[in-house]
Each structure stands twice: as structure tokens, then as C-alpha cells.
Design a protein around this ligand. Structure first.
Ligand code: DX5
Ligand code: ZN
Length: 216
């Protein structure tokens, strides 16, 4: 069954603890935390202190999506802050293997994220080493963007790679997911759907998450 990971980027930062606590009650499976540095992407969000605060406010697994250059510098600090899974963009580092080894050594899940213009081919060699592949269905940087429909083909191709090389691989899809397109995302082979504005913008978040999960 498709898991739903609301992105706190779309939450009310003034009452983050409440927002995060409510997610568990509303049926969310995972909390997606978007870390942006203003360099790898043209937007700045938050860092480890926010992860620590979210960790305190919820028992759900924390999926930390790093959109920062040289993520190798901060992996340990994000794990210490409470991350259960860390994904980073291969395009942001020369040290992908070192990072994956370090994350593994620390005992949490690792993920590789790819923007819409990064071909699946280019990360094929990491598939056996990672726990999660994060397929961006918008260009990383902002919440509330429109889902890029070509991503569906990429999800299908990733599902093929999963079958061949790593049956336990989790395919996560991130960006522009709503109750209209979630069915296509799930049918293509996604295991986890990130949803920011769809969940936090809904009048009834519980119903929204139920719909996102149910339309598959
Ligand atoms: C984009 C982020 C996404 C985003 C999702 O850079 O990685 O996680 O917050 O938000 P929506 O669901 O609003 O596209
Ligand atoms: Zn994200």
C-alpha cells in the first residue's frame, strides 16, 4: 500500500510542533523534511534544529531530504538530530559512495534523489546500495509546483530496476502530488508519495491523506 509522507515545508512554521503532532493522528506514515541551502536550490528552509524539534513532536519516521551542496559535511549532524532516512542529490556531491557508507554505518536508511533532468541511468550503479530512490516530479526548490507528468515513465523504469537489482528498494516520489495524480504515481510503482500543499492546504487533512492512500 502506498505510504504518504507529508512535507512540513507546507506547514505553519509558527506552530510546527502542533502541525507535526497532528499528522500522526491524520494517518500520515512518514514525515518528509525539506532542507534547502540557497545554493544547491534557490530557496532556504531549515536545518538540524528543526529536525530535532520535529523529532520531539512526533514518533513517525523522519525522512530528511537534503537539497544542499556537499551534504557529506552534515550527514552525522542530521542523524544525531533524529533522521531515520537521509536522501541527498548526487549532483550536489563528489562523495556519494562515502556518504552511503557513512549512513549505512550509522544504521539509518539512505536515499538518492534525482531531479527531473537527471536520468535514471546515471544512478543505476547505486541501486543495490541504497534503501530509497527519491524521484523528483518537480524541480527541487519549492513546494506547490505542478507535477511533471513525464515522471510517471521514470517511476515505471525505476520499478523495473527495483525488480532486477534491489527488491527492497523504496521508490519515493516528490513534488506536485495531489488526489488527482496520486493514482498514476502509485500504479507506476511508487511506494511512498510526498505531499506538501495537498495535505496542509486541505480543509480536512485526515480525509485528504485517506484519499491519497485509497485511490490506488
Ligand atoms: C520540493 C520539495 C518537495 C515539496 C513538496 O523541492 O522537495 O518535498 O515540498 O511539496 P508539494 O507537495 O507542495 O509539491
Ligand atoms: Zn522533498
Amino acid at each position: 500500500m502506498l505510504k504518504i509522507a507529508p512535507s512540513i515545508l507546507a506547514a505553519d512554521f509558527g506552530k510546527m510542533a502542533e502541525e507535526v503532532a497532528s499528522l500522526e493522528k491524520c494517518g500520515a506514515d512518514i514525515i518528509h523534511c525539506d532542507v534547502m541551502d540557497g545554493v544547491f536550490v534557490p530557496n532556504i528552509t531549515f536545518g538540524m534544529p528543526m529536525i530535532k524539534a520535529v523529532r520531539k513532536a512526533s514518533g513517525l519516521p523522519l525522512d530528511v531530504h537534503l537539497m544542499i551542496i556537499n551534504p557529506e559535511k552534515y550527514i552525522d549532524e542530521f542523524i544525531d538530530a533524529g533522521a531515520d532516512c537521509i536522501s541527498f542529490h548526487v549532483a550536489a556531491t563528489q562523495k556519494t559512495d562515502d556518504i552511503l557508507n557513512n549512513i549505512k554505518k550509522r544504521g539509518i536508511k539512505s536515499g538518492i534523489a534525482i531531479n527531473p533532468d537527471i536520468p535514471l541511468e546515471s544512478v543505476k550503479r547505486y541501486i543495490e546500495k541504497i534503501d530509497m530512490l527519491l524521484i523528483m516530479s518537480v524541480y527541487a526548490g519549492f513546494g506547490g509546483q505542478k507535477f511533471i507528468f513525464e515522471s510517471i515513465k521514470k517511476i515505471e523504469n525505476a520499478a523495473e530496476l527495483k525488480k532486477k537489482y534491489n527488491k527492497n528498494l523504496l521508490i519515493e516520489v516528490d513534488g506536485g502530488i495531489n488526489t488527482q495524480n496520486v493514482w498514476d504515481v502509485a500504479a507506476a510503482g511508487a511506494d511512498i508519495a510526498v505531499a506538501g500543499s495537498c495535505v496542509f492546504g486541505a480543509a480536512d487533512r485526515e480525509a485528504c491523506i485517506a484519499t491519497l492512500k485509497g485511490r490506488q
